[in-house]
Structures are given as C-alpha cells and as structure tokens.
Design a protein around this ligand. Structure first.
Ligand SMILES: NC(=O)c1ccc[n+]([C@@H]2O[C@H](COP(=O)([O-])OP(=O)(O)OC[C@H]3O[C@@H](n4cnc5c(N)ncnc54)[C@H](OP(=O)(O)O)[C@@H]3O)[C@@H](O)[C@H]2O)c1
Length: 378
C-alpha cells in the first residue's frame, strides 16, 4: 500500500480508503448489507495496509454505520481513521443535530469519530447549514471530544462556491468528487489545487464515477484503451489518474466484492503521483471525451435521490436511459422498462424533491418525461 502524508496531522494515510456506501447486499435490498462478506472485505483491506474507512448516517438506510462498527471490532478500530458524515439536511431544527451525531456514535459503537464531515454542503442546503448553525456545532463536537478532525463533503455546482466554503473555516480535511470525467465539475481539479494551496488534505470520492467507468464498456471505449502504451484495466487507469495528483491524500472506493478489494489494494500499492506519461494521459483524455460524447446523463447511482415519493427507481431508470444510448439498444430497454418496472417513468409527478438532492444536478423530472416518451408502450 502507498501512503501519503496528511499535512495537518502528520499521519501517514493509505492511498486507498474504504467507502462504505456500496456494500454487498442480500437479495438487492439496499438496507440489508451482507455482514459476513462486508466484515471480511473491510478487515482484509485493513490487514493489507488500508487505514481509512468512510461511512455516513444515511448509507444503506443507516445500516452502513452499524456494519462498519462491527467490522472494526477485535482491534481493527485502532488501525484506522473512521470518517462519518452529519446529514444536517435531514434535521428539522438545529436541536436535532445532537441526536443525529449521538445516533452515529451509537451505531458505530465508538466514542469518537476521527474525521467528522458536514455531509454535502451545496447551494441548496447552504441556507439550513447557516440556520442550524452547523459549523459552530461541529466545532463544538470537536472541542467536546466527539470528533478529532472536522471537514465537509462537496457536491455543489461550482468551484467558486466550493472556495467560499473552504474559506469559512480552517478545515482539517475536505472530501470532493474527482475522476477523469469530472475534472471540471463540482470542485474539480481547480478545487483540489485550492485545497492544496491552503494546506488542507483532500479526500477523493467517486474515483470510478460510482463504477460507471468500469461497467460493461462500449466498443469505442475498449478500442481506445487498446491504443494505450501499457495494458491496464479501466479501474486501474481511473485510480492512477486520480493518484497522479500529488495534492490527493486518500482515494475512497466503494467496493462491493472481495475481488474489487484485491484489485484496488494492488493498484494503489503501485500508483505514484506524477507517474503517468504524456502518452498515457492523452489516451485517458480521449476516453473521457468519448464517454462525454456517449453518455447522456452523468448519474453515478449514489441513490441520494431516493426514496421517490411515488416509488420510482430513479437511478435504475437513468441507467437504462444511458445504456440505451451507449449501446444503441432502444428496443431492449423499451422491453425492460415495460416488463420489469413496477412504477413507470410516466408516473413522475415532477415534485422535483430528487432534483434538490441529486449531487450531479440532473433534471430528473425532464429525464423521466423523456424516458416515458422513448420507452413506454401506450
Ligand atoms: N459525501 C458524499 O456526499 C459522498 C458521495 C458519494 C460517495 N461518497 C463516499 O465515497 C466513497 C467512494 O465513492 P464511490 O463508492 O462512488 O466510489 P467508486 O470507486 O467511484 O465506485 C464504486 C463502484 O465501482 C465499482 N468498482 C470498485 N472497484 C472496482 C474494480 N476494481 N473493478 C471494477 N469495478 C469496481 C463497484 O461497482 P459495482 O458494485 O457495480 O461492481 C463499486 O460499487 C463512497 O463509497 C462513499 O463512502 C461520499
């Protein structure tokens, strides 16, 4: 495992961190985590040098914290930095924040959260961030010994707003989305460099765009990878692109199988900052350009949009829409939409609750209308 220095604490942090948002589940039930598999995967990663585990109050309907807590029993807790997130946007008032943090500590069954993040401050949630006095709350949580370090995660629209948030406080660390497709989205590379200029450690999420960069590949993408001077898997290329930035402290990956854990441990035991050649970077740029040409909507299936009040499986439908475009499989997708979806896209009531929550800022109600038009039999 490669390690990078956390400039604030002086600690060495493993370049691979474990993101506990996409854990293996039983029968596809999002809240029903396969505990045995997950505990094995997390402990195997720690046994092989991983020192950072990231969960959140809302992941897997609250069960991620519980299972991460179990994985960290038997001496594993002392070997890692535990990151957890405060979803202030589910609170109805500032008084509720205390209860949410206490519940996180209870579920994890630990006394202190090493890295406490204000979860997803964006242009929409900023008003409540101020109204509920979330910053003073986390500063106090640190002073009271409930958190060792405090930071925030960002899915806002622009690097400009990101910089404003960074400037609010001398944060101990910050978490941003970054992969070769999203260089100029949200905080982007500009945001990463800004963090470095302030000496703030950068934790990276969605390095594989939630797995979109490793799913079944369109032929044109496979052809481009074939032109690379070295043979690597798509996951390998994507991780190395992020690791190439010396400003990155640790890269979180949501791993859902032990094979993925093995592969990612191995990749991040080799990847170095500044190691990619100009020829390698130009192949990655060509792949990014081709994906941008092919993919209509940049959904990462993070599920922040759920639950939909009328039960639409939004990430699944957007995924179907993307696949229909990438693989030119309109007929097959139309069959699947009509045969397998209990709630069809045309049922969308355009309440736009999901749009307020979507970290990728997708106009979901428009996409549902488009999918209804494209796929549904009337
Ligand atoms: N704070 C926030 O607002 C926020 C938002 C998003 C994420 N996060 C955190 O950041 C973490 C990382 O983000 P992410 O889960 O989106 O990471 P990611 O690495 O971009 O995506 C994870 C997915 O990639 C696929 N994958 C992983 N390793 C692979 C490999 N070696 N080969 C092929 N496919 C592979 C898996 O998809 P399949 O399951 O389809 O195989 C996995 O579920 C999350 O788990 C979460 O802890 C935080």
């Amino acid at each position: 495992m490669k390690y990078r220095k956390n400039g604030k604490t002086g600690q060495d942090v493993s370049l691979l961190g474990f993101g506990a948002m996409r854990l293996p589940t039983i029968k596809g039930q999002h809240g029903a985590i396969d505990e045995e598999k997950t505990i094995h995967m997390i402990r195997h990663a720690i046994d092989n040098g991983l020192t950072y585990v990231d969960t959140a109050y809302v992941y897997h309907n609250g069960n991620s914290e519980v299972v991460v807590g179990k994985a960290l029993k038997d001496g594993y807790r002392e070997k890692v930095t535990v990151a957890d997130k405060l979803p202030f946007w589910i609170a109805g008032s500032k008084e509720e924040l205390d209860g949410i943090l206490a519940e996180s500590l209870r579920r994890l069954d630990i006394d202190i959260i090493d890295n406490l993040l204000v979860h997803d401050i964006n242009e929409g949630s900023y008003e409540n961030f101020k109204k509920f006095e979330v910053l003073p709350f986390v500063i106090k949580a640190k002073a009271d010994g409930k958190a060792r370090n405090i930071g925030f995660s960002y899915h806002g629209k622009t690097p400009e707003f990101f910089k404003e948030l960074v400037d609010l406080y001398d944060w101990d660390f910050v978490q941003i989305q970054l992969n070769y497709m999203d260089q100029n989205m949200q905080a982007g590379v500009e945001g990463l460099k800004y963090l470095a200029s302030k000496g703030i450690p950068a934790v990276i999420m969605e390095p594989l765009k939630g797995g979109k960069l490793t799913d079944i590949l369109p032929d044109s993408i496979t052809d481009l990878w074939e032109t690379a001077p070295v043979k690597r898997t798509p996951a390998d290329w994507a991780f190395r692109w992020v690791a190439n930035f010396p400003e990155v402290t640790t890269i979180l990956s949501g791993m859902s199988t032990i094979e993925q854990v093995e592969e990612n441990l191995s990749i991040l035991s080799e990847a170095e900052a500044g190691a990619l050649t100009a020829a390698e970077l130009s192949v990655i740029d060509a792949v990014a350009a081709e994906y941008n040409r092919l993919i209509p909507y940049g959904c990462t299936e993070c599920r922040y949009c759920l639950p939909c009040p009328i039960g639409l499986q939004i990430p699944k439908i957007v995924g179907m829409r993307n696949e229909a475009e990438i693989f030119k499989s309109l007929k097959k997708t139309a069959f699947e939409v009509n045969a397998f979806l209990d709630v069809k896209p045309s049922a969308c009531i355009a309440c736009k609750k999901c749009e307020e929550l979507c970290p990728q800022h997708l106009h979901i109600s428009d996409i549902m209308a488009e999918c209804a038009e494209m796929f549904e039999v009337r």
